[in-house]
Design a protein around this ligand. Structure first.
Ligand code: CU
Length: 309
């Protein structure tokens, strides 16, 4: 009986919370932690196309990544939808919302290995300075300098200008090494009346040591293999971190760019991002890659598989 009363009270609170927000808008809670991991950029030890082999001493390093957790940071969970890469921590959780939603990102720093401060700084959404997550000596607060064992909740709103895909990344005092080590992810925000894609793939281009990586991996066989089937409404979330420009290209496919032109390449610069969508109709095994030739040679290439219906 007590439990039933408590449940009724919770529902009442929930209804009151929703009625205060715009019609149809939700409050989305996301639990994220910074966790130390041992990362291998080239797990199979080879560049299959050029036939070059790499020793683990060249490809393995310790770093920190963003990992999605269940409420209260109880259990680690998937960062990405099924079929969107190997889900090992790069990129961080795909944070999905819709224009009008409020997003609460509950962040905990579990970096017990390097014992560095971390934070989360989000592009594309509205927030107060206390949710900026960017370290400015003498000005910023705990949001920008979450020490090991500490937590912070970032309060974000997906406004009318937030529809699309945006990066988030560490902006704490350790941001240089953290971003180089893979502390980044994507926000994906649907327009008010936009429907959810059947498949959503996150492609984050970034340099890592001597390699050019997609989601922290280099070379075919290591980079994500994305899966769809004919008839799927597929969305590619393409982002870049670091200091270079990258030209996204998918073989055998075209899409309509924001300026209305048909494209099969599109360039993305540091912390820029775009989402492209198409209705899949071309079964087969395809390549996707960065078309900056030197980047492709250094690992920025992967496989996209489309099954027949
Ligand atoms: Cu590139």
């Amino acid at each position: 009986m007590i439990r039933r009363a408590a449940t009724a009270a919770l529902i009442a609170i929930g209804a009151a919370g929703l009625s205060a927000a715009p019609a149809g808008a939700a409050v989305r809670h996301v639990w994220v932690a910074a966790v130390p991991v041992t990362w291998n950029i080239v797990p199979n030890g080879r560049d299959a196309i050029m036939g070059v082999r790499y020793d683990p001493s060249e490809t393995v390093f310790g770093t920190v990544v963003y990992r999605r957790y269940s409420r209260g940071w109880k259990h680690p969970m998937r960062n990405l939808p099924h079929g969107s890469g190997d889900d090992d921590g790069m990129p961080g959780p795909l944070i999905r919302a819709r224009v009008g939603d409020r997003i609460r990102v509950h962040f905990k720093n579990l970096d017990t290995t390097f014992r560095r401060s971390h934070s989360m700084h989000f592009h594309g959404v509205r927030y107060k300075p206390s949710s900026d997550g960017a370290y400015v000596p003498g000005f910023s607060g705990r949001d920008a300098d979450v020490k090991p064992g500490q937590t912070w909740t970032y309060k974000l709103t997906a406004g009318n200008q937030s529809a699309g895909v945006w990066p988030y990344h560490d902006h704490s005092p350790s941001m240089d090494e953290s971003i180089a080590g893979g502390m980044y992810g994507a926000l994906s925000i649907l327009g008010r009346h936009q429907h959810k894609p059947d498949k959503e793939f996150v492609v984050i281009f970034a340099p890592m040591g001597q390699f050019q990586t997609i989601d922290g991996r280099a070379f075919v066989g290591n980079t994500p293999v994305f899966h769809s089937k004919v008839g799927d409404d597929v969305q590619w979330d393409v982002l870049a971190m670091g200091s270079e420009h990258h030209t996204f290209h998918v073989h055998g496919h075209r899409w309509v760019a924001p300026d209305g032109t048909d494209r099969d390449t599109q360039t993305v610069g540091p912390a820029e991002s775009f989402a492209i969508r198409w209705k899949e109709k071309d079964p087969g095994t395809w390549l996707y890659h960065c078309h900056v030739e030197t980047h492709m040679m250094q690992g920025m290439i992967g496989i996209y598989r489309v099954a027949k219906r």
